[in-house]
Design a protein around this ligand. Structure first.
Ligand SMILES: [Fe+2]
Ligand SMILES: [Fe+2]
Length: 301
């Protein structure tokens, strides 16, 4: 049985191109590569949509270790703007998410909802807030992470249509980051936290061939339009929510109904119960930074 888990180079599953040739049909040389004979690596990235409350965290804890192991994931990126009680992020919740193997946490308009986030946002480079906020805003909008010694830039940017803040131009903000990245950074991942599908598609087409992956978050509803654009950028309009299924995008449905019908202020509570998990796996060529495969994940509890 053990024999079936190693290739002819005695690499473990996920460490060698052998497995990817079997799974995807794409031929890649074995890891590790040498300086004298550079060989490309196919990097497996797992991107998880807005984690909402306790149910969302339970889904992350139950699903991520298995997906990482069985799909040979090299880097996990997750949106955590709603991870603590449905609004914002606490230090304790952040630690819980990092401990399960998430490498970079992105966010959005809810990142500042829990005031304690200001105590640590500046000190945690792998926790991002929207890039296109005024200069002087605590935290940062992008980071160059590392997986298998390959640099991976992760950018978190927010849209402007129907959003609660007046964000800066996301096109311009991303352009500035792209020009400032060192040449050796080939893999670029963007979490575009935006409301409208048109704004997300427009930014994705604008960046086609210059970033590896651009995925939408914020709507909490997964779309089924995953694809790779002609110049090599993978795109999904929205990753969908990782949180309570029986809810209005994570909130107890009766509260949202009451608010919409009465037009009066209603305190929103996060729903509980059965969960769902929305994510995307993207395989990226580290030499070109282009996506090779995309595989959307939606798991119901
Ligand atoms: Fe959200
Ligand atoms: Fe949001």
């Amino acid at each position: 049985m053990l024999r079936s888990l190693v290739c002819h180079h005695r690499h473990g599953k996920g460490e060698c191109g052998f497995w990817r040739v079997r799974r995807t049909g794409v031929r890649v040389p074995p890891w590790p590569r040498s300086r004298s004979y550079p060989q490309k690596i196919l990097m497996n990235l797992l991107l998880i949509g807005d984690i909402v409350g306790k149910t969302g965290r339970r889904m992350v804890l139950s699903q991520v270790p298995g997906i990482v192991k069985h799909r040979g994931i090299d880097l996990v990126i997750a949106n955590a703007e709603n991870a603590a009680g449905g609004n914002g992020l606490t230090h304790e919740v952040m630690d819980e998410l990092f401990s399960v193997g998430i490498g970079v946490l992105t966010s959005g308009n809810h990142i500042f909802d829990k005031k304690e986030v200001f105590d640590f946002l500046d000190d945690v480079p792998h926790l991002l807030r929207p890039l296109n906020l005024p200069s002087g805003t605590p935290g940062r909008g992008y980071v160059v992470a590392s997986a298998r010694n390959v640099p991976v830039a992760v950018i978190n940017v927010a849209g402007r249509a129907f959003m609660p803040f007046h964000y800066g131009d996301p096109f311009e903000a991303v352009e500035q980051v792209l020009t400032s990245l060192p040449a050796e950074v080939k893999i670029v991942v963007i979490d575009f936290h935006a409301e409208t599908s048109s704004e997300k598609a427009a930014l994705a087409w604008h960046l086609d061939g210059r970033v590896s992956v651009i995925v939408g978050t914020h709507t909490h509803v997964q779309t089924a339009d995953e694809r790779i654009f002609p110049r090599g950028t993978a795109f999904l309009t929205d990753l969908g929510m990782t949180g309570p299924r029986d809810s209005v995008i994570g909130v107890k449905s009766e509260l949202v109904i009451r608010k919409l019908r009465s037009q009066m202020p209603v305190r929103f509570d996060t729903a509980q119960g059965a969960g769902q998990f929305g994510a995307l796996v993207v395989e990226v060529d580290d030499m070109t930074g282009h996506a090779v495969t995309v595989d959307r994940i939606f798991i119901r509890e």
